[in-house]
Design a protein around this ligand. Structure first.
Ligand code: PLP
Length: 402
């Protein structure tokens, strides 16, 4: 008798805590599309799905690099030209105590490598709630329990300092900050950054400041970099090509590590071990970094204009539909409206897809204070598409929650 396997291959139990609501909802949308309907996608933060295009001079730089034979592995930390450009960018961001820069396959890989290099079993790191779910997914992969701090909706979604303070334990190793924020679009004030830095000093913590949206400020104000405010505090500032430079498919990101050199040196040795073990980030794309950071930034003018107009429509509509209210986003392209309804926000979102063919993501997919309900809107689609989507949401709310 031939031997056959009888048991399915079970995934690791650690993955039970991995949630990626953004992509999970796709299954519901598929049902709707299978019936021949078009779904309005206000759910995925990919500018290239809408009327945003990668600047041609960046595409040309990558093309040229491929033609120049830059198709082998790159140095593990990144090509010298890109590293040089990142040092310049750190200086422009006001980071005076830079110790290291390295290039990764998306900021996502920086998050993975930086957290993996830091945490031992039993350690924890403070992550925001709501958060961008990659952080909790990487922590789940590492078998590290979540320790989240709240963002305060009543304070424009600024971090709740007392909550951070309360949740620091002897095993807390760091604090993650997402600034400008996904999913709320909030931007940290200087005073807030200073207070968080002070907590890091007192408790010997490293700060991971995810600033991947730092050039997408909507109202012409400035995104202040945590590392500029606290040059002495060990800080990893994350960035990349996906959002500011409209090239998410290139999978290219980076980290800038700053702080007291004696404090960060041992950690950096660990990071570089992992950078070497995964060989390198995508190679030819790295030749766009210098031209992106030092060349024309003209595309950003049009991008910010579009974001402002789309944010304004989003605010007008979200604050006029019954049961919905929203803090105005100041950066990035997300809004996180509050729902004043009795049922779960996941039911709201699924029914909205099924009945009105509009796709947003439920707040419970990002985390929120118990008892509160939200959904995340990506306001990248053009004004006409957004208006159509908000008409549909309004109709849905008026029908369902009279
Ligand atoms: N960090 C934040 C806050 C994000 O919103 C995203 C993507 O949406 C990422 C990191 C991932 O960036 P990358 O495409 O460079 O991996």
């Amino acid at each position: 008798m031939p031997v056959t396997q009888t048991q399915g291959i079970a995934p690791a139990i650690r993955l039970e805590n991995v949630r990626y609501a953004i992509r999970d909802l796709a299954l519901v949308a598929e049902q709707v599309m299978a019936k021949g309907h078009k779904v309005l996608p206000l759910n995925v933060g990919d500018p290239n799905l809408f009327d945003f295009e990668t600047p041609p001079h960046l595409i040309e730089a990558v093309h040229q690099a491929m033609r120049d034979g830059k198709n082998g592995y790159a140095p593990s930390a990144g090509v010298p030209e890109a590293l040089d450009a990142l040092r310049g960018e750190a200086a422009r961001k006001g980071i005076s105590s830079l110790q290291d820069v390295f290039v990764t396959s998306g900021a996502s890989e920086s998050v993975d490598i930086c957290l993996t290099s830091l945490l031992n079993p039993g350690d924890n790191i403070l992550t925001p709630c709501p958060d961008y779910p990659l952080y909790s997914a990487v922590l789940a992969k590492l078998g590290i329990g979540l320790n989240t701090y709240y963002l305060n909706e009543a304070d424009g979604w600024q971090p709740e300092l007392e909550d951070i303070q309360r949740k620091i334990t002897p095993r807390t190793r760091g604090i993650v900050l997402i600034n400008p924020n996904n999913p709320t679009g909030s931007v940290c004030s200087r005073a807030m950054l200073e207070q968080i830095a002070e907590l890091a000093r007192r408790h010997n913590l490293i700060i991971f400041s995810d600033e991947i949206y730092d050039k997408l400020m909507i109202d012409d104000d400035e995104c202040i970099s945590m590392a500029a405010v606290a040059p002495d505090v060990p800080t990893v500032t994350l960035g990349g090509m996906s959002k500011n430079f409209l090239a998410p498919g290139w999978r290219l990101g980076w980290s800038m590590v700053s702080g007291d050199p004696a404090m960060v040196k041992p950690y950096l040795a660990g990071v570089h071990k992992l950078l070497r073990s995964r060989l390198s980030a995508n190679h030819p794309e790295q030749y766009a970094i210098k031209i992106a950071l030092e060349g024309s930034q003209d595309h950003l003018i049009a991008v910010r204009q579009k974001l402002k107009s789309r944010r304004d429509i989003t605010m007008d509509r979200c604050n006029s539909i019954p049961h919905i209210s929203c803090v105005s986003p100041r950066g990035a392209f997300y809004a996180y409206p509050k729902l004043d309804i009795a049922e779960d926000d996941e039911v709201f979102v699924k029914e909205l897809i099924l009945q009105k063919h509009v796709m947003v993501v439920h707040g419970s997919g990002f985390g929120q204070k118990p008892g509160t309900k939200h959904f995340r809107i990506v306001f990248l689609p053009d004004e006409a598409t957004l208006s159509k989507a908000y008409d549909a949401i309004e109709e849905f709310v008026r029908e369902r929650y009279r």
